[in-house]
Design a protein around this ligand. Sequence first.
Ligand SMILES: Nc1nc2c(ncn2[C@@H]2O[C@H](COP(=O)(O)OP(=O)(O)O)[C@@H](O)[C@H]2O)c(=O)[nH]1
Ligand SMILES: [Mg+2]
Length: 319
Amino acid sequence: MGLCLSSEDALPLSYPRSKPPSKEIRVTTLGVDNSGKTSLVYRFKLGIAPNTIPTIGFNVEALSEYPPELPPEFSLEDIVRAAKKGHGGYLSRTINLWDAGGIAKIRPLWTHYIANIHAILYLVDSSDRNRLAEAKTAFHDDLFNNPRIPVKDKPKVILILANKQDVPGDHISIEEIKEALELEKTLAEGSGCVCWHVMPVSAGDNYPSETRYAQLIKEFKDKRKAEGKSDVEISFEVEKFATAFRSLKSWGNGMQEAIMWLLDAIDNPTAKMAELRCAAKKPTDVVVVDPDASSISVANGDGVATKTEEGATSEANQI
Ligand SMILES: Nc1nc2c(ncn2[C@@H]2O[C@H](COP(=O)(O)OP(=O)(O)O)[C@@H](O)[C@H]2O)c(=O)[nH]1
Ligand SMILES: [Mg+2]
């Protein structure tokens, strides 16, 4: 393996990579109970998925940095590198992340948690098919079709997170979530939502990373033994890896990607949605984003019509 830590590798070695963010945004995690909202907040804040109990009131945390992440197939070198980095860089803004309880009885309180927010993270437990219908009901009745929330107060940006991807077995796919929650229809123009997306994450699990780490350490020890190193020398080296590994805040579970997407979407929801629609359309389709980001025009590949953000339809040759 040839990896050797010098005295320069002493830990902890965190250092800031740029200035901390000054702008603040407000985001709320919603979803039925047990979908992983509290785990996500604390995983992101503390780097651990704590033991949770159903949230009755709410939690709120200010997040200003990305947690460091390891690639799924990480090496011991990756662990040292990620630990030296300290964190995955500052966010462009501080996110005040609210976590509201999702038990049916207290879902009517969601109306209070979405006042003046920039975005919603809506969690779905993708390992629990039995509660998919309830996830839909909560999304519709307590949020998007809730008559107590006027359209102007509906969140403009929604990121639906298909959580618990690490749980083995038959996952509910992203497409199934889109269909079950009727996202295309519910979040269409006029709903108040400008930009939405579904992404897979595992907010609350360490298990695969721990297993990989244990395997790498075993290989490392065997190799050093074969090279004639003493047990004391080997345990000294292994302790350095253990310190680095413990200091890491988060594993590769999709959360960095999700937060990056969220920040981009909040900055310019119309452009972000156009980007998504563009990716989903035929290569011949043309998406034009108004520079002031107030409208999107899509000329379909058959050259028939265009659609604007306001819902107006016009001839393709007008763009
Ligand atoms: N395996 C796994 N378990 C998770 C994940 N996220 C949350 N959990 C577990 O799901 C349960 C409910 O999580 P919690 O955060 O309290 O959900 P909440 O009710 O939506 O806040 C807890 O036992 C968590 O440990 C995940 O990504 N993977
Ligand atoms: Mg909770």
